[in-house]
Design a protein around this ligand. Structure first.
Ligand code: AMP
Ligand code: GLY
Length: 410
């Protein structure tokens, strides 16, 4: 089978790598660090299956355009992608589906938004309704900062039109989990759970990023817990989408928190997580190609299998990320890192040419280590990380150092 992966980041590199176990893969546009990258636009690629990686083209209707040209596509149409394209709409779907989530309000009017903020204490959560490249969420204990965010989001100053509606939420606390489910419109099957690290600095300090590392499996997410999340969150959400006439074929990425009053869904994304994909997909023991093709056909009939053991990925970012990433530095040590047993380097913000790769984005590489335990996988990932370098490289030193214990969900 020939598969076309659409996108250019570390997630797409991981998809291509794992699909490549039993398929011919092209990636568009990819990047110079991803084998099989082509500049041909997806509409002009000849493939048996299209896998759309990022949210922006999904929200923009790429899957619809490919489907109407008769292509087999893994990825929701624009109607389903609205789950990620509008947080206010996602919340409506969650409430309709009866899925536990943070109390919230959605506002376009500043006075109403600030009045709602006044009903909160301790932790203030302000989100842009629209897509903001992972940067539109502020979680702060500082009311003044939350007030400023409401004003700058609504005025369009911070995020343009994406912020002209804001969602304000009750602040929750507890360990987080990323549960990715593969959906064929009617049925959903879970992938192995992962946990990601969103803040730039060790000890979860500093601003939120796209994700600085991840690990899988997650001790807290036992099979029983995953089963109940499928029954109580993913299943009802897919049914609520169907009630709206939406045939959702793609990944439903559920970001949730184990709060003292039970698990609550923080968000849905309509794509594989990045860097969750870089730990979940390499652990697959059954065929990813067959799984995604079956979901695209609307005929999922098998539950994916995962290898025993663990994977840990550590993101290497550029100086200044996330605020103002410096780019254009040569990347050293990539081959050395890839040569380490059970280490795979996934290329994200990578430019230049094959012979001389350069940093070209905030998150440049995700270095994945695999092993029998999280601790061994972690050691391997960091051995890979220590082999790569460029001036001002940033990476956390505490990814998967203290996996959330099993009893955290009690
Ligand atoms: P989101 O993109 O909505 O998942 O938000 C990004 C991150 O912000 C989440 O992974 C959480 O760490 C944090 N977050 C989002 N919503 C809340 C909330 N209601 N309470 C506390 N933290 C939150
Ligand atoms: N790692 C978080 C995300 O992909 O949104």
């Amino acid at each position: 089978m020939r598969v076309c992966v659409v996108g250019s980041g570390g997630r797409e590199h991981a998809l291509a790598n794992v699909l490549g176990r039993d398929a011919d893969v092209v990636v568009t546009p990819g990047n110079p660090g991803i084998p099989g990258s082509v500049a041909t636009p997806p509409e002009e690629v000849d493939a048996d299956l299209f896998v759309v990686g990022p949210e922006a083209p999904l929200v923009d209707g790429l899957a619809d355009r490919l489907r109407s040209a008769g292509r087999r596509v893994f990825g929701p149409g624009a109607d389903g992608a609205r789950l990620e394209g509008s947080k206010a709409w996602m919340k409506e779907v969650l409430v309709d589906a009866g899925v536990p989530t943070a109390q919230h309000g959605a506002f376009t009017d500043e006075a109403a938004a600030l009045a709602f903020l006044d009903t909160m204490s301790d932790l203030f959560v302000v989100k842009t309704d629209g897509l903001a490249a992972g940067k539109g969420v502020l979680v702060t204990g500082d009311r003044a900062e939350a007030t400023d965010a409401v004003r700058s989001y609504l005025s369009g100053d911070s995020f343009g039109d994406a912020g002209r509606t804001v969602v304000i939420e009750e602040g929750l606390s507890g360990p987080e989990l990323s549960l990715l489910a593969i959906c064929d419109g009617h049925t959903a099957v879970p992938l192995a759970p992962a946990q990601d690290f969103k803040r730039i600095g060790d000890g979860d300090s500093g601003p939120n990023t796209g994700g600085m590392g991840a690990y899988s499996p997650v001790p807290v997410a036992t099979d029983a817990i995953v089963g109940s999340l499928m029954d109580d969150a993913i299943g009802p959400t897919l049914a609520a989408l169907r009630r709206r006439g939406i045939d959702y074929r793609g990944v439903l990425y559920c970001g949730l928190m184990f709060t003292p009053t039970g698990p609550k869904v923080l968000e849905y994304n309509v794509r594989f997580g990045d860097p969750e994909a870089q730990v979940v997909l390499p652990r697959m023991a059954s065929s990813l190609t067959e799984l995604l093709a079956a979901a695209a056909e609307g005929s999922l009939d098998a539950v994916p299998a995962f290898a025993e053991g663990a994977a840990v990925t550590v993101v290497c970012a550029t100086d200044g990320y996330p605020a103002s990433p410096r780019t254009g530095d040569p990347i050293h040590g990539l081959e050395e890192a890839n040569a380490i047993d059970d280490v795979t380097v996934f290329c994200a913000g990578v430019g230049g040419s094959d012979g001389r790769l350069m940093t070209a984005g905030g998150r440049v590489l995700a270095v994945t280590g695999q092993g029998p335990t999280i601790a061994v996988a972690r050691d391997r990932a960091y051995a890979g990380v220590n082999a790569v370098s460029w001036p001002g490289i940033q990476r956390r030193t505490d990814i998967a150092a203290a996996p959330t214990p099993v009893d955290a969900a009690d």
